[in-house]
Design a protein around this ligand. Structure first.
Ligand code: OAD
Length: 267
């Protein structure tokens, strides 16, 4: 092969690589995703809602009544987050980006998907490592791991008290519409570690297009009216490993027609 042919072959292969169409996996994750990292779920035995009253620590009314208690609850959870690491489930989802377009919609307020390397993560219920103004939830600020607490009297530059950037019960879920659009665009939907108890997040499953394969990873039974679901009854780490093996059949190989078309241009 002469120099020109070698260059042309490299060029053709780079086009083939770029035109490979990756299928889109959309993941809906919940507290069980982070359980193996050491973060408590909410509704399992000894979950957070067994030890705290939702209305006291996760509602605007609770915050109005006892802001110190609420700030302390989230300060504690934020400091706990700084001591834990992503688990193999988080890393496994990040690794899927090699062969798929992966968009994650998470109900979790931790940042373990991002820390594992996932590049597209939408947080439905807010983020622990952010704060916002009590008067304007669109004014959002990063919280430094070096100063992970919010206290009464901590204010933004507008003079507003800061609060955790968390969607509390009874508050609007601004990210639900973008999340619906993402679910509608899924070629494959994967649900991991959520009891599907909390709406509107649980209702996202209704937006999946007909005949889209749906996988559900959870070590326990999850009640859903969707019947055509492939259940992987495992924890997140083992479940994502099994899922990765099952997904191999969806990996698109270079499209033969595209290869032929390129060969016609550069025989
Ligand atoms: P839940 O605590 O309701 O459900 C956790 C799910 O994780 C259950 O189905 C468990 O069986 C499953 N699970 C437990 N261990 C697991 C593991 N190792 N691997 C995989 N799954 C495991 O938590 P969510 O459904 O996420 O909202 O809760 C939804 C929302 O309710 C949360 O975002 C939070 C909470 O109140 C707010 O705070 C606004």
């Amino acid at each position: 092969m002469d120099g020109y042919s070698i260059k042309m072959t490299i060029f053709v292969f780079s086009i083939i690589k770029d035109t490979r169409m990756k299928k889109k996996i959309v993941v809906l994750s919940g507290a069980g995703m982070s359980a193996e990292s050491g973060i408590s779920t909410f509704r399992d035995t000894n979950g957070l809602w067994y030890n705290y009253k939702v209305e006291e620590v996760a509602t605007p009314e609770g915050f109005a009544k006892n802001p110190e208690l609420v700030l302390e609850f989230y300060n504690h959870r934020r400091k706990e987050l700084l001591t834990v690491q992503p688990n193999l489930g988080h890393y496994g989802l990040a690794a899927l980006e090699k062969d798929f377009e992966v968009e994650i919609i998470t109900q979790n307020v931790d940042n373990l998907h991002e820390r594992a390397g996932s590049s597209s993560v939408l947080h439905l219920h807010g983020e622990l490592m952010k704060s916002c103004s009590v008067h304007n939830r669109n004014r959002v600020y990063d919280i430094s791991p070096d100063h992970p607490e919010i206290h009464l009297g901590d204010k933004d530059s507008h003079g507003d008290q800061l609060r955790p950037f968390i969607v509390w019960f009874g508050e609007a879920v601004p990210m639900i519409e973008p999340a619906m659009r993402i679910v509608k665009s899924a070629d494959i939907l994967v649900v991991i570690g959520t009891s599907l108890n909390v709406y509107p997040a649980a209702g996202l499953l209704d937006y999946v297009r007909k005949r889209t394969p749906v996988y559900l990873i959870d070590p326990n039974e999850v009640k859903t009216h969707h019947i055509d679901i492939h259940i992987i009854k495992s924890g997140a780490s083992e479940g994502v490993k099994q899922l990765t093996a099952l997904l191999q059949k969806y990996i698109d190989l270079p499209d033969n027609d595209k290869v032929k078309a390129i060969q016609t241009i550069h025989p």
